[in-house]
Design a protein around this ligand. Structure first.
Ligand SMILES: [Zn+2]
Ligand SMILES: [Zn+2]
Length: 193
């Protein structure tokens, strides 16, 4: 890929959400805190039904899966956003289905298999550590590592024109802004996907 088409590709990525956001209404946003200079797409989430931005983040507390964990409240997937107005839930991210390694498995004809802690069963609502409120506005970001993307392009030369490169994100970031006290927190910490 030439430098120019690479640039074009990353510009396109910024305005093309990966499929895991399909059930939500999304708008291009800025990250609330600087991350790094990797190509990324960043989205403000809203309910796909009514457009409300305030909602609950559903997931599984990492601490419940690993009782030895000590630290801030962190959620693992599957994650969903539940609208605070019309109560519609929409799936947001599943580390067994989404992200770089799952997509690679799919391209290679294998079953996707997540490598992350993942919960199952009933999910809980993420809560603000400052005021215990459960309603947030969420910004999420998908970070693409150029080396990883180039590897895909080389491995799957023929496929790459159709391959959904926007699905090959290596990091997922999530920022939750509390609708009561405005505190900003990071509900997730997935590392390399
Ligand atoms: Zn709604
Ligand atoms: Zn709060």
């Amino acid at each position: 890929m030439s430098g120019e088409s690479k640039h074009e590709f990353y510009e396109q990525l910024k305005i093309t959400p990966p499929r895991c956001l399909a059930k939500l209404s999304v708008k291009v946003a800025d990250l609330p805190v600087h991350f790094d200079n990797s190509p990324k797409s960043t989205w403000r989430l809203a309910c796909g039904q009514c457009g409300e931005q305030a909602g609950f983040l559903l997931g599984h507390s990492f601490q419940k899966l690993d009782p030895t964990y000590v630290g801030r409240l962190i959620f693992v997937s599957p994650l969903a956003f539940k609208c605070s107005k019309c109560h519609t839930s929409a799936e947001l991210l599943d580390t067994d289905l989404h992200g770089y390694h799952n997509e690679l498995s799919l391209l290679e004809g294998d079953e996707p298999c997540g490598t992350k802690y993942r919960g199952d069963g009933e999910r809980e609502e993420y809560l603000c550590s400052s005021c215990q409120n459960i309603s947030f506005r969420l910004i999420v970001s998908f970070v693409y590592w150029p080396d990883a993307i180039e590897e895909i392009l080389e491995l799957f030369d023929e496929l790459c024109s159709q391959a959904p490169l926007k699905e090959f994100f290596s990091l997922f970031l999530c920022y939750a802004s509390c609708t009561t006290c405005d505190a900003l927190s990071e509900p997730t910490d997935f590392g390399k996907l």
